[in-house]
Unconditional design. Structure first.
Length: 140
């Protein structure tokens, strides 16, 4: 499992910029971010070099922030690779609460939020390439 920083933002002009500025002002490097929104609020998901520090700083500034354990799986960036992963999860009755992915070189990093804290171990045992934190966010 790896830590993903999740921040709840009011869906109003300037709130995203303010949160990102808060992180940047603390000299924290964001490597990836995803924003999902509704009419009233947004959910910002971030991978950064120091997620614990970022979470604390955001909380200190009044943001609703928390760290969420997710599984990151590296798959080839080819048709069918993601399907193989989801077919396996389906065969094991694993419910995916949410997922997102991003490309790193010739691979995709698929981020999965599930209720199985041992999924990373199970996936590795089945031959899937489970990422460590340093594979997802750069650590100096």
């Amino acid at each position: 499992m790896i830590s993903q920083l999740t921040v709840f933002l009011e869906n109003r002009e300037g709130h995203l910029a303010s949160a990102v500025r808060t992180i940047a002002s603390a000299d924290i490097n964001m490597q990836a971010m995803f924003l999902a929104d509704t009419k009233d609020f947004g959910i910002l998901r971030i991978f950064c070099d120091t997620p614990e520090k970022a979470c604390k700083i955001l909380k200190d500034e009044g943001y609703q922030a928390r760290l969420v354990d997710v599984v990151a799986v590296k798959v080839d960036n080819v048709p069918g690779a993601l399907s193989k992963l989801f077919d396996y999860l389906d065969s094991k009755d694993v419910n995916v609460e949410y997922a997102h992915c991003f490309i790193v070189g010739d691979h995709a990093i698929d981020i999965l939020k599930v209720n199985d804290p041992a999924l990373d171990v199970k996936l590795a045992a089945e031959g899937f390439e489970v990422c460590k934190p340093e594979d997802v966010y750069l650590v100096d």
